[in-house]
Each structure stands twice: as C-alpha cells, then as structure tokens.
Design a binder for this molecule. Structure first.
Ligand code: TYD
Ligand code: MG
Length: 451
C-alpha cells in the first residue's frame, strides 16, 4: 500500500535529501543528486535465511588459477598474468586514446581459444569490421553485436553463452528500467551492476571500456572503481604515440605494473624496452638534458629530463613544467637558490620530461636539479651519466627505493657513471659494479661532482 518512498542521494558524498536539489548542501557538488527508491520495510530481510556455516580459511580448496591470456604481453603483465575467468575488468581512458583498439586486438587472440563476443554500443558493426581489417584481426571466431540496451545484451549473453565479453563503452549502454539518460551516473552504475551480476552469475569474463570525464574519474565520482575487480587506465598524450596502461586496482595481482604501447598505423604495438624508446631522440651533449631512472611500480624506465633556464624578459619569471609536478620543481629551484647559491629566482625555468612520460615519485629530484644546473651554467652533462635521488628542503640528498633495479636497467643500456644519494651508495658498495657510483650528500656537492 502507498507510494514507494523516493529520496535523492548525492553521488559524490552520499547526502540524502527528500527532494531534488541542484547543489548538494553537504559537499557543494553540482547536479550530483540522483533519485533512489527506498526498499519497502516488509521486503527488507523477510526472506533471508542463514547462508551456510562459516568455513576456516585454510580449509578452502583452491585450484591453480587458469588465466586467459590475450597474447599481448604488456596487457597480460598489467593484469597479473592474463584475465581471471569470470572477472570484471574496466579499461578507462580519454576518448580516442585507443581503448577500442586495445580491446579488439586483445580479443583477436582470445577468440581463437574461446567464444568471444564484442558488444559495440558506440560504433556500428561495419566500423568495427573496417578497423579489424586495418589491425589484421581475423574475424572468424570473433562475434559482434551492435546493441545499446543492457537488458538485450544480458539476454544475448545468457542464451549465447560466450566465455569472453567486451562492452564498449559503459557510457553508451542503458537500462530501460532506469529513467535517466545513458552516460548519467545512475545509468552507468546500474549497467555496471548488471554486467557484474552477469559476469559472476554466468561466469563470463567481462571487460568494459569507460571514458573518463574531464576531472579524470570514470563517469563522475570514481563510481565504478569499487564495483569491478580490476581497473586499468590507459593514459597518454594525444600528441605522442606512446600509451601507458596502468593498473589502479587489481583484485588478482599487483597494481605496480605498467604496460607501454605505441600507437601505429596498424594499431597498438607493444614496447618491451621503454627506456630505449624514451632515450631515442636525446640530444647528447646538449646542456639541460639529464637521464634519470624512474620507477613505475617495479619497472625501471630511463627517461630524459630537460631543463631550460633563461633570463626572464619582464615581470614575474615563468615556471612551466610538463610531466612533473610544477610545485616540486618550484621547491627544487628554491633549494638551489638558497643552499647552492645559484640565482634562479629571476629566471624563466622550463622543465620537460621527454616522451610524454609523467613522473610521480621523488627520485627524479636530483636529476631535475642537475638539468637545471646544466642549463644555467650552459655545461652539458656527460651522455653516459645518470642522476637520481630525493632532495629535501635543507638541500640534503635522501636515499630512494630500489636503487639496484634502477642501476641494472641503466647498466643494460650502457651507462657508465651514476650520481646517487650517499645513503644508497653505502648499501650498494658491497657488490662491485661495472658502473662508477658517485655518492652525493647535498645539492652543493652535486655541483662539484656533476661536471
Ligand atoms: P580508439 O581505439 O577508437 O579510441 P577509444 O576507443 O579509446 O575512444 O582509437 C582511436 C584513435 O587511435 C584514433 O584517433 C586513431 C588512432 N588509431 C591509429 O592511429 N591506428 C590504428 O590502427 C587505429 C585502429 C587507431
Ligand atoms: Mg572506442
């Protein structure tokens, strides 16, 4: 009896209001309230029975996991060895970054071994066919369905029973039971929920593509991340051909792995040696260019840091960075000025990480300082020299994690000399290396030892 009780819930913070509001009074997010219906009291818990006896953890049988490999080594590695059967994976990224391309290429190998269905809700089947031809994907085992209704997709999956399902993209499918438009928070959540029940219920390994919104989250406030098993982000700069696939959540593996790809005319190509690629166009012997070994998870990548210091023409000097936090660079400039007496405050400073890579750890600090010094003094750093270390506010150089992994990669590429934190050098001294290790205690000391 009576109407269902309706209320509105902020999708950002969970605030509940009895009527719709344009702005959430709690977290001030705009247009974040979505209608929800209360479950009638009579239904709540009425048919619940106990769900079986709890089991001791080590009494559970575990069969060795069979993974579904997609024959793309970089993708398999990021997933932790392939797709886990019955899991739900989300691949997010900017529109046009290459999600559909990656999924189609991955399905190429999977379709040879298992029944695979590619649901396209964005492009027509013809467009997919044209792309497949260009990618050299053979279409014999791969089945296509152009459909946007999630109920129709679910019905097809139940009757056709594929082992592997791709839904491209989650923003364009919709549920008829839900009044809001496709791509809205409610629809995306509902469709993802249905796909999750389908994946778990039917045991179909599912992969969905999702566009990230302007602020970088998939369809609003990181809505889907907690619902799925694995979240991969496909990142890259539209002006560079390189793409990095990063796991941000993985229930079946580490989130430390990245995969590197290059977008070519024939689709995505794996890049097994990213360091070589990122150092390819390095202007050796030119001031302001320094190589630093960055770590992406457990994977070392040698990248080139470039700095340009030039006299400010007028007013406030410019500070511009690409691929590295500009606040971090401002801090390093201040440390250089105060602790090493290098007058940079009145200079324009530009710092760039070559190749469209983004650095998020403090280990490249010393490399940035070296590049700034090199550009300021107009003296090149020897091309076979490597610099890394964290720089503190007192100008001290602090030890960083995994120096051995970083050095091994550099040795592989023929680097001869490395300036590194004294704390790291002490521990590494036990094992003789082909590379000359130069311990650095402070930013001032770097100046003496760099050139
Ligand atoms: P796409 O996979 O459609 O991106 P998404 O699904 O993430 O929106 O990739 C589209 C871009 O990739 C497009 O700008 C063209 C480029 N591309 C190539 O350069 N080479 C290729 O072989 C393919 C298929 C796409
Ligand atoms: Mg697409």
């Amino acid at each position: 009896m009576g109407r269902d009780r309706v209320f509105f819930v902020c999708q950002n913070c969970g605030y509940r209001a009895p009527r719709w509001l344009g702005k959430c009074p709690d977290c001030s997010a705009w247009n974040s309230l979505v209608e929800e219906r209360a479950v009638p009291e009579a239904v709540k818990g009425s048919s619940v029975t106990a769900s079986g006896a709890p089991q001791a953890l080590d009494s559970l049988e575990i069969a060795p996991e069979a993974r579904i490999s997609c024959s793309i080594g970089e993708l398999d590695r990021v997933l932790g060895g392939g797709f886990v059967p019955g899991s739900l994976t989300l691949i997010g990224g900017d529109p046009g970054i290459g999600k559909s391309t990656l999924l189609l290429q991955a399905m190429n190998a999977i379709a040879q071994k298992a029944k695979a269905l590619y649901v396209t809700a964005e492009e027509s089947a013809r467009q997919i066919r044209l792309r497949a031809d260009r990618l050299g994907v053979s279409g014999k085992q791969l089945f296509l369905l152009a459909e946007t209704s999630i109920e129709a997709i679910a019905a097809t999956v139940r009757s056709w029973q594929p082992a592997f399902l791709v839904v491209d993209s989650i923003q364009t499918v919709f549920s008829a039971d839900f009044p809001s438009a496709p791509g809205s928070v409610g629809q995306v959540r509902e469709c993802c929920g249905q796909l999750m029940r389908l994946a778990k219920g039917e045991g179909v390994t599912t992969c969905i593509a999702g566009h990230v919104t302007k602020d970088g989250a998939i369809a609003g406030p990181r809505l889907l991340e907690h619902m799925v098993d694995t979240v991969l982000y496909f990142e890259g700069d539209a002006s560079h051909p390189y793409r990095i696939l990063r796991a941000v959540k993985n229930r079946f593996g580490s989130t430390n792995e990245i995969g590197v790809f290059e977008m070519t005319g024939g689709g995505l190509r794996e890049v097994p040696n990213p360091s070589e690629l990122f150092l390819q166009e390095r202007p050796e012997g030119s001031p302001g260019s320094v190589v630093t070994p960055a770590l992406e998870g457990t994977r070392p990548i040698l990248v080139e840091l470039q700095a340009l210091v030039s006299g400010a023409s007028f007013g406030t000097p410019q500070r511009s960075t690409i691929g590295i936090d500009h606040k971090r660079v401002a801090l390093l400039i201040a440390v250089l000025e105060k602790k090493a007496g290098i007058p940079l405050m009145g200079q324009d400073v530009f710092v760039n990480v070559a190749g469209g890579v983004r650095l998020n750890e403090p280990a490249p600090d010393l490399g940035v300082v070296a590049a700034l010094l090199s550009s300021h003094l107009n003296r090149p750093v020897a091309p076979q020299t490597l610099v890394f270390g964290e720089v503190g506010l007192a100008g001290e150089v602090r030890a960083v994690s995994h120096p051995d992994i970083r050095l091994n990669e550099a040795e592989r590429l023929g680097f001869k000399r490395c300036l590194l934190p004294a704390g790291n050098a002490r521990k590494l001294a036990a094992r003789p290396r082909a590379m000359e290790l130069v311990a650095v205690n402070s930013v001032g000391e770097l100046l003496e030892k760099l050139f």
